[in-house]
Design a binder for this molecule. Structure first.
Ligand code: SAM
Ligand code: MD0
Length: 347
């Protein structure tokens, strides 16, 4: 099947087979790319009108016991380490709410302080969720890594609506190279358990790590099987001091195509444009590829870091609602209200 036949088929609401997905992802033709993005935005606007959701990012602990080869915060790297106090976390969440965001994403490395002390650590973690919820009354996403079903259940009871945990790839060999000593199935099962417990789930991919278009197509099938309400992709950003520091990262073209094809395959799902890959300069193209959520909004004076871009555009205040809104307007879009976001979650 040719590019335009596949585009027409998916635009008409049909799911594509892996070969057809590969055709869409493989194009390097500029006109075809433009048509792909236009079709994706059309589908997004049909489902979400001109409204975009904004997520505040609170990376409250950068300590991590894992050794992911791609990550700046892998246990043995000399990266920025901090663990914010409960008061700092709540104050940051409140300032994010005042700035106009719709959700607080509480993210941490797999920090032994919270995860390896048994009940004492869990209670502190659960209290963070409870206090953030109490102080903001906003939806909360937790991104704590792979955790037990019991803890997921307690996180939900403490007020979390979402569990984010990205497989990065569904190619087992590649996964094992990226996340050594973290069994693939255990990570995947966390998402199934979260779903079972009534949490909304986010699944995600990394691109630029040697995967091919068939791997990406296989991931779309996994996302379909998971029925994840939010799905994402980010381009790998090489990190200083890690085994993959010299790995040649590719440009953002594949990420943009993946966003567009995801949008066409999953019209009514939430798909982020992350500020954590190319900062504010990369926002417009991700939105124009079909994304409808802006993630990694970070208050400039909070002392918080990003993940793949630990400092880019944080202190200069571009990763803020104020920084993002004019760009959304240039794309003919506008931030939703908190009640619009909450209504989406209810459906
Ligand atoms: N520690 C938790 C976990 O592993 O799920 C949550 C935080 S983790 C740091 C969040 C995500 O950031 C990873 O799953 C990965 O997709 C992304 N990420 C980390 N390092 C990255 C890099 N160098 N380039 C692009 N994305 C990266
Ligand atoms: C982002 N840096 O949205 C964040 C992070 C974790 N749930 C999200 C990867 O880009």
């Amino acid at each position: 099947m040719g590019f335009y036949e596949a585009l027409e088929k998916v635009s008409a609401g049909e799911f594509l087979n892996q070969e057809e997905i590969a055709v869409l992802l493989s194009t390097d033709d500029e006109q075809e790319n433009r048509d792909l993005f236009t079709a994706a935005c059309k589908v997004r606007n049909k489902c979400f009108s001109n409204k975009v959701f904004l997520y505040g990012f609170v990376y409250f602990s950068t300590y991590c016991r894992n050794k992911c080869n791609f990550c700046f915060y892998r246990a043995v790297n000399k990266s920025i380490r901090y663990r914010k106090s409960l008061k700092e976390i709540v104050d940051i969440a409140v300032s994010l709410k005042k700035s106009g965001i719709h959700l607080i994403d509480l993210t941490m490395g797999e920090d032994p302080y919270y995860l390896d002390r048994g009940k004492a650590g869990y209670d502190e973690l659960l209290n963070i969720i409870k206090q953030v919820k109490k102080a903001t009354n906003l939806p909360v996403m937790i991104s704590p890594g792979t955790v037990s079903e019991k803890l997921l259940e307690k996180m939900k009871d403490s007020g979390a609506e979402w569990y984010a945990c990205y497989q990065e790839t569904h190619n087992l060999n590649l996964y094992n190279k990226l996340r050594p000593d973290q069994p693939y199935q255990k990570r995947y099962n966390s998402k199934l358990a979260a779903k079972e417990n009534g949490l909304l789930i986010e699944e995600g991919l990394l691109t630029g790590l040697g995967e091919n278009v068939y791997d990406i197509a296989a991931s779309f099938y996994k996302m379909k099987e998971l029925e994840a309400q939010q799905i994402r992709v980010m381009t790998f950003v090489p990190q200083k001091g890690t085994p993959m520091e010299q790995f040649s990262a590719h440009d953002n073209k594949m990420e943009l195509k993946i966003i567009a094809v995801m949008r066409l395959l999953f019209p009514d799902r939430l798909i982020p444009a992350s500020l954590d890959v190319e900062g504010i300069d990369g926002l417009k193209k991700r939105i124009n590829a079909g994304a409808n959520v802006v993630t990694s909004i970070i208050p400039p004076d909070s002392g918080l870091a990003g993940v793949s871009q630990s400092t880019l555009n944080i202190k200069d205040g571009w990763r803020t609602v104020q920084g993002v809104v004019p760009i959304l307007q240039e794309c003919g879009l506008a931030p939703a209200s908190v009640s619009e976001y909450k209504n989406w979650l209810k459906n």
